[in-house]
Design a binder for this molecule. Structure first.
Ligand SMILES: [Zn+2]
Length: 428
């Protein structure tokens, strides 16, 4: 046998092991690493946050890790914020089919976020407490960022190109005309407080309840048209990396997205979070709970964020024009697609469950039971709502086109759409 023949025979054998090793190394190389920091100043003590950096899609397999960062800005008490912090992640993960590949997992995530938010809201309602909370919930898997939000906490993305974009939508009645229309169509009333013989004051609120937000988790004592269905956006950033700033409205009432991003560029995450809070405080004083998480997604071969040019100029400009630019840039959003470094994968904000859950409804073929697309319980078809239920359950509207829902979640769906009498409901 010639030497060449020997090496031909050997070559498929030897590289096998090295290939696997190389693949693992490559995967490791490709995975960015995260640096994060948190800062907060409490006024009422109703802001909570969650940092979970090492979650695993597949138990025991560190290459399947993903990270979760979230902010919960509670109102009328703290119990909804704490409950969401403790239960939301599990409820989201339980709605993702087992043994999904990474790609399937990421594709299933937006729908699972909707199911998890609604399930958490139903469970909190059953406790009979009345507080509520905003949620901004961020899942980072390598370079893919998925953000689900209700309320007016925000998440912005600052890419290495220096372009700042908003990954959330504000669910404030004052600023969101679509939400005003939805609430009104579902039986709520939108208006301001009336004082001093008919003078209207303050922001737009919805009645009953008087809440300024149109979406939240909790708020059992307001109309059920205040829904927990999140706006979800999923993007993939380039392997140049980027920075996320997640914060409660105490920050955003004082700073525009651009101002927040610019105030801390080039600084490590821990310091950046502190600086954003300080900047907000400087411009507005401590009027509200103020919480900020900064998460840097950093390429592995480049363990520090590249310095940002023109930093001094930016600082100067924000000092000079801070107040002025705030008034008109506060609501501005840069279109992500105009940025080559960010790929938009998914965005949906509808408050209709049928539009958010898709049309497939997997049956548990062994038992003849159906699995509820929201709470994941198995139930006999006769007890729940399936595609075939049609107008029986919702007269005067088109047939249900979503997946199977158990009786409990079906009730919730009807209530959110204003099709159930006797709201608001407090189960005690
Ligand atoms: Zn259910």
């Amino acid at each position: 046998m010639s030497r060449a023949e020997v090496s031909r025979m050997r070559s498929p054998l030897v590289p096998l092991g090295t290939l696997i090793g190389r693949e693992l190394r490559n995967e490791k190389l490709e995975k960015p690493f995260l640096k994060y920091g948190q800062a907060a100043l409490a006024k009422k003590g109703e802001d909570y946050f969650l940092i979970k950096p090492d979650c695993l899609r597949v138990p025991g397999n560190p290459s399947t890790s993903f990270s979760v960062f979230a902010i919960f800005d509670g109102h009328n008490g703290i119990s909804a914020a704490i409950f969401a912090k403790e239960n939301l992640l599990d409820n989201v993960l339980s709605a993702i089919p087992q043994e999904s590949s990474r790609e399937e997992w990421l594709q299933a995530l937006p729908r699972a976020l909707v199911a998890g938010f609604v399930k958490t809201d139903i469970e909190f309602q059953q406790k009979g407490e009345t507080s509520g909370t905003t949620v901004t919930f961020v899942v980072i898997d390598d370079w893919t960022i998925t953000v689900a939000s209700v309320g007016d906490s925000r998440c912005i993305l600052d890419t290495q190109g220096g372009v700042v974009s908003l990954l959330t939508v504000d669910h404030r009645l004052e600023e969101n005309v679509e939400e005003r229309e939805r609430v009104t169509a579902s039986g709520g009333e939108v208006g301001r407080l009336n004082v001093y013989g008919g003078n209207e004051v303050g922001p737009l609120r919805c009645w009953p309840g008087g809440l300024c937000l149109s979406r939240s988790i909790g708020d059992t004592d307001v109309g059920e048209f205040i829904v927990p269905i999140p706006h979800v956006k999923q993007v993939k950033i380039s392997n140049a990396g980027g920075r996320l700033i997640i914060a409660s409205d105490g920050i955003w009432d004082a700073l525009s997205s651009d101002m927040a991003a610019k105030s801390c560029r080039g600084l490590p995450a821990e310091l950046a979070a502190k600086l954003v809070v300080k900047e907000a405080l400087r411009s507005r004083g401590l009027k509200d709970d103020t919480t900020c998480l900064v998460v840097d997604i950093i390429p592995c071969d480049q363990p520090v964020l590249p310095p940002t040019p023109r930093k001094k100029q930016n600082m100067l400009r924000s000092l000079l024009f801070g107040k002025k630019s705030q008034s008109f840039t506060n609501k501005s959003t840069n279109k992500l697609s105009s940025v080559g470094v960010v790929e938009e994968l998914f965005e949906e904000g509808s408050a209709m469950l049928a539009e958010r859950l898709g049309k497939d409804f997997p049956a548990n073929t062994n038992s003849g039971l159906f699995r509820c697309a929201v709470c994941q319980v198995d139930q006999a078809p006769a007890d729940g709502l399936s595609v075939n239920s049609g107008p029986f359950f919702s007269p005067a509207s088109k047939p249900w086109e979503g997946p199977f829902l158990c009786a409990n979640c079906r009730k919730k769906k009807d209530a959110m759409e204003g099709k159930r009498a006797g709201i608001p409901t407090v189960i005690s």
